[in-house]
Design a protein around this ligand. Sequence first.
Ligand code: FAD
Length: 455
Amino acid sequence: MQPLMVAWRDGWSGRVPLVVQPASPSELAEVVAICHRTRTPIVPQGGNTGLTGASQPHGDDSEIVISTTRMNRIRAIDLDNDTITVDAGCVLATIQQAAREAGRLFPLSLGAEGSCQIGGNLSTNAGGVQALRYGTARNLVAGLEVVLPDGRIWNGLRGLRKDNAGYDLKQVFIGAEGTLGIITGATLKLLPLPEATVTAFLATPSPSHAVAWLRRAKAALGEAITSCELMERACVEVARKHDDRIQDPLASVHPWYLLVELTGQGAPEELEERLLPVFEAGLEAQELVDGVVASSAAQAEALWRIREGAPEGQRREGVSFKHDVSVPISQVDRFIAEANAALAQRFPGIRSFAFGHLGDGNIHFNPIQAAGEPAEAWQGRLPEVNLIVHDIVAGLGGSITAEHGVGRLRIAEIRRYKSDLELEMMARLKRCFDPLNLMNPGKLLDADLIAAAEG
Ligand code: FAD
């Protein structure tokens, strides 16, 4: 058997001789133990929605894929403890739904939530649109169950809110991209289900004005701000061009927009009343120039469709150069301005295209090739574009991957942007858990780095 594994986007694919889909942690552990004995490398795979090629085999027939898709049980909900315990293969939207049915919120939320699995979310430390308020996946975990590279099962499903008895081992596996073990279960934190949601679409002259307004809004509204998404005008245009359901929400055109969501207890009118003076103060200070509040769930959905339509629309505009970076929030404006200026000088005609989670300083900076030019003329330019963008990010104290991880996509680049000491510590950790380098080899850390950490 030679199944062809294909990733959601960007053409990562590879053949494997075998895909195993265990139905339980013990079955999965047995397979891993066999791989350990036979020195067979393993690619753990969840929903396969990752964007860095990390859940894809290399295609040289040396690896097998272990998929958690059949491990999809909600194991338990503890309402006193405010936790839900699930199999790693549970689809994120299923967990959200189970929490809602129990009168609670599981706040991790991202565009791929109908397909991605919690094991993948934890292994990539996913962020998403509510990280501003609730943090990334890492913040939402109370316990983990992991099959180690030798096939032993570590049961860390303690579900404790406080536990200082030594190293917090679960955190080592979160964001490890399947390189240290396979997560088979998780105890996740639940939160109160908000009664009210208010969604607003605001126009702002620039990212620095947007940051100033966000500072004001955080001071006035505190935790009520759940999302704060920044979009430049091009995102609205491209989203509209490729999806005729999308309308311009404001009568006039502006260079930048914020999509803001507030949630809380009580009536939506009360939440809206809290937003109004902050909006007006923003207008007075010229941080904002216009805005609209959704008056129904359908209108809120239509506003979110703009944000969600931006990446899809961009894909149809020709070659785009995707960057998932973070910088300190105070440096967002400077980053976008410097990166655009440097690229425009080197590649005349390149089109600016930026959106992202402003509240986390996480910008999807995805410039698009010049309009009307053949794609072939732009296809080979990615390494140079990356170098320009990522050097600016590094100079501002940022990270070259805020959400999506390293995988195969950034494996060569992290050598440039992490210190030797950081790389050595990471490689030593890898050797400690997986001395045979069987767990997702060639992802996150290359074999040379791991070998160099031996001495
Ligand atoms: P996979 O793609 O299957 O795997 C991802 C990594 O985790 C691989 O390294 C894999 O080996 C490893 N892995 C998977 N399962 C396990 C396991 N059980 N144990 C150990 N390792 C495992 N990401 C964000 O952070 N924020 C976003 O807002 C966001 N939006 C997206 C929108 C769209 C439309 C798409 C397609 C992707 C988006 N992503 C986003 C990226 C992606 O959805 C996330 O990275 C997601 O967390 C991956 O989950 P998955 O189950 O698909 O994992």
